[in-house]
Design a protein around this ligand. Structure first.
Ligand SMILES: NC(=O)c1ccc[n+]([C@@H]2O[C@H](COP(=O)([O-])OP(=O)(O)OC[C@H]3O[C@@H](n4cnc5c(N)ncnc54)[C@H](OP(=O)(O)O)[C@@H]3O)[C@@H](O)[C@H]2O)c1
Length: 211
């Protein structure tokens, strides 16, 4: 069974997965890089990094996926749809190496990149997008890659099997929150937490199987 999984989704103590306003110069708005400093310190990110608890969680981001789904605001800054030359933030060889589905209300033709990533642009419901990604994933899992709006929508639609969040000890106060509308999420998931010496808390949500 191909699972839908979320990994390394970093949130502030107050639940924001990005700050504001998002722009070309500041993709995470006033959050800057603070949500991901824990990850930049790991071996997953940098060969000279630390191989501890944070690394063990971070590495799962790359394991067992045959496709990714992301939102329009992860793919580019506001207005990228007006730029025919915009090909994402990641350069000619993006780090996905699979078919990657970008949800947008203004789709464009697919874009084949180096290294196995092809961006497909979809205006579809979360369920239909997941079905398309599963078809492309060749039996492997589908990563729901964010941002927080897409994570929230897929969780709300009951489509996510496993979610790994990283709670960073900062309070952003504004931005895009993942929790809104997800009341009593713990009823559907087993929730576990692991504290890291770095100061972040890893939370995993694993969907309960029907009794
Ligand atoms: N904290 C983390 O770990 C993490 C991870 C990934 C990304 N991020 C950051 O999060 C930010 C983006 O998050 P976000 O919540 O603002 O936006 P997002 O989830 O990336 O994208 C939301 C947008 O995608 C399009 N969309 C979503 N569902 C759709 C559907 N079913 N059909 C068609 N279009 C759909 C809509 O854009 P249009 O209407 O414009 O088409 C919507 O406004 C960026 O700063 C990114 O870098 C953070």
């Amino acid at each position: 069974m191909s699972l839908a999984r979320i990994h390394n989704m970093s949130i502030s103590l107050d639940g924001f997965g990005t700050g504001e306003p998002q722009s070309l110069e500041a993709p995470f708005g006033h959050a800057g890089e603070r949500l991901h400093e824990w990850m930049f310190a790991t071996r997953f990110w940098d060969a000279g990094g630390i191989a501890g608890v944070d690394n063990a969680f971070a590495e799962r981001h790359g394991q067992g996926f045959g496709a990714e789904i992301m939102g329009a605001n992860k793919f580019g800054p506001p207005g990228w749809q007006d730029d025919p030359d915009w090909r994402g933030w990641w350069g000619p060889n993006p780090p996905f190496h699979t078919p990657t589905f970008v949800l947008t209300h203004r789709p464009r033709p697919p874009m084949e990149m180096e290294g196995g990533t092809t961006f497909h642009f979809l205006d579809a419901s979360p369920a239909d997008a997941l079905a398309a990604a599963r078809d492309a994933a060749d039996g492997k899992d589908v990563r729901i890659g964010g941002g927080p709006t897409v994570v929230r929508d897929f969780v709300a639609a009951g489509l996510v099997d496993h979610m790994h969040l990283v709670q960073v000890p900062i309070v952003l106060g504004r931005g895009v929150r993942i929790w809104d509308g997800l009341e009593a999420l713990e009823d559907a998931y087993d929730v576990e937490t692991v504290s890291s010496p770095s100061g972040v808390t890893h939370l995993t949500f694993t969907r309960r199987t029907a009794a």
